[in-house]
Design a protein around this ligand. Sequence first.
Ligand SMILES: [Zn+2]
Length: 110
Amino acid sequence: MTLVEWKPYTRSERDRIRITETSCCAAYEWACQGGHFLILRRSGKRYEEAARGLYRQARDTWESLILEHARDHMERQKGKGNSNGQTGRVPKNRKRSVRADRDRGIPDRR
Ligand SMILES: [Zn+2]
């Protein structure tokens, strides 16, 4: 785990912030404000910021966050196994099981 310190992001009216990059799943946003770079992420209705500072320093944090996020995806995929295609199979299965119930002499409950 990357240790990143997130702080609530507060923006005053005068501040001009430019978001130039959005990470996978829009998990993080790469922003530039007043010559500084920072990372934003959504936290409920608010934003949090991290790694505000020089490009290189903020970028290192950004890259490790992205890597971590990608690792999360891989782990979740591994855990899922072969659940792909399940959504397309559901209606057919339901029809088939109703028919099977009728074959067995179980009346439709209506
Ligand atoms: Zn993602």
